[in-house]
Ligand binder design. Sequence first.
Ligand code: A3P
Length: 338
Amino acid sequence: MATSRRRLQPNSNLVQKCFEEDGFSQTFKNLLSSLPKAKGWLSPHLYNYEGFWLTALHLQGTLFFQHNFQSQESDILLVTSPKSGTIWLKAMVFTLINRMQYPVLSQEHPLLTSNPHDLVPFLELEYAQEKYPIPQKDSSLTSPRLYSTHLPYVSLPESVKNTKSKIIYMCRNPRDIFVSLWHYISKLRSQESEMIPFDEAFHMFSNGFTMAGPFWDHVLSYWEKSCEMPQKVLFLKYEEVKEQPLSHLRRLAEFLDCPFSLEEEERGLVDEIIKLCSFDNLSNLEVNKSGKTLFGNDNGVFFRKGEAGDWKNHLTDEMVHRLNQITEDKFKGSGLKL
Ligand code: A3P
């Protein structure tokens, strides 16, 4: 397998754009003013586009992504709702598909010096930075190209939906997502403005007002596609991967048509990949302790606890009940449980 490595430079303008909604064209501002809007978490507002809430910056990138991205059959798209363990999924899939080119135990392995977000770009953010950031033939991106997005299925470009390219979706239970999101946003906001009170943030989350939310609709859209097209969409749950990482990595490898050989199994490669991508390992690497993200924030903001069930330390019984109730109502009849 070849690499799909492409480094992006930290861009503090993105953060600024996110906070200020500044620098957009008049045409785009006209579009914004025609959309339903709600209070944002980092940006002043979220805008409802195709039934989901996006920041202005993400929306701008989404429109370019939808119009200009040409999917290839061999592409792999990683999709998550924010705080579902995106960075972990990026690390695992990058390491898996590039295991010939970058031996897992090599001191030169890209994960040792690059944050996974720098190795696997978010398409809507790439497109938000420049008009045509992904040329049709990008020599630095050889097949298979590995990308990520937070967009709901409805907003993916038609070419992604209509080719045989693969989609890997990872979800996480909404209780931990909310807790993780609140901590993450609080860290980012502390650099720019005051924190959103926990209760208010809970109200926003449970009413669907989050980036790429409503969370439940996002999850459900990919769940349904994974049932309809299991060869195209693989649906994973953070908690299950945490519990049985080896079998899920094998599942990922099978899905991507690069199963582990007997020889790889015997020399313990599956275990080595899991260790390389583990929370303890990644969060203690210098690049993730002191490096900067694309947004100009510390890489460390993406690593907090990396556990399933931390919600028990933060949510009231009432909050748990409310989230459980929404989950039950939204997923009724779908066969999905979180
Ligand atoms: P917590 O805040 O609950 O710790 P995302 O990458 O989608 O932003 O998700 C971030 C969440 O994934 C955070 O959850 C973070 O700590 C956790 N995480 C980061 N790296 C991880 C890893 N290697 N394994 C498991 N969880 C990880």
